[in-house]
Design a protein around this ligand. Structure first.
Ligand code: HEC
Length: 160
């Protein structure tokens, strides 16, 4: 039996994380920060690819498989631990550039932005050991990881 409310919640979570309804912007639109903007958006898409596997399993749309789940969660942890040096240069915000939704608030509050990045890294590291231990554990831990994505987006990503 599908748990319908949970399924709807997870669908909304995925849409909120990916901005699935959004028109595709050309990264950086050929401006001075096109390379950096492309890099950070690519990292976000790799996050999305891996969490998408886990959300799919949580929803029952992808059959649970311990190895696949463990690998997706380990990838997420590795990606979240990546040093993002050079990807967020000052001036590459959504106010001054097309094709990016990085709010200027990032550079007004770099410590806050780093705290959100670390929040995801910590949540993903904890989850890496859980997702492969069973479907219930996969479901229980997913909220904290998704929440860490959403917390940063809420503060630092321009809404659609
Ligand atoms: C530390 C802050 C932060 C965290 C944590 C974070 N994001 Fe993002 N995300 C952003 C910002 C800022 C942008 C806008 C980047 C831009 O357009 O230059 C973004 C953009 C995106 C995009 C759009 C990418 C594109 O091609 O335009 C997706 C999808 C996304 N994030 C998914 C995720 C997922 C999934 C997670 C968690 C696993 C996550 N993000 C965690 C800050 C964050």
């Amino acid at each position: 039996m599908q748990n319908l409310p949970r399924k709807i919640a997870l669908t909304l979570l995925m849409a909120a994380l990916t901005g699935a309804a959004a028109p595709v912007l050309a990264a950086g639109d050929g401006g001075p920060f096109a390379r950096e903007i492309t890099a950070r958006q690519s990292l976000m898409r790799l996050y999305t690819f891996n969490i998408g596997t886990l959300v799919g399993m949580a929803k029952g749309e992808i059959a649970y498989d311990a190895d696949t789940a463990g690998t997706a969660a380990a990838n997420l942890a590795a990606l979240a631990a990546l040093n993002q040096q050079g990807m967020w240069p000052e001036g590459s915000d959504s106010f001054d550039n097309d094709g990016t939704r990085a709010l200027p608030e990032i550079w007004d509050d770099l410590a806050g932005f780093e705290a959100k990045r670390k929040g995801l890294a910590d949540a993903a590291a904890a989850y890496a050991g859980q997702a492969g231990t069973g479907l219930d554990a996969l479901r229980v831990g997913l909220g904290a990881v998704g929440g860490a994505c959403g917390a940063c987006h809420k503060a630092f990503r321009k809404p659609e």
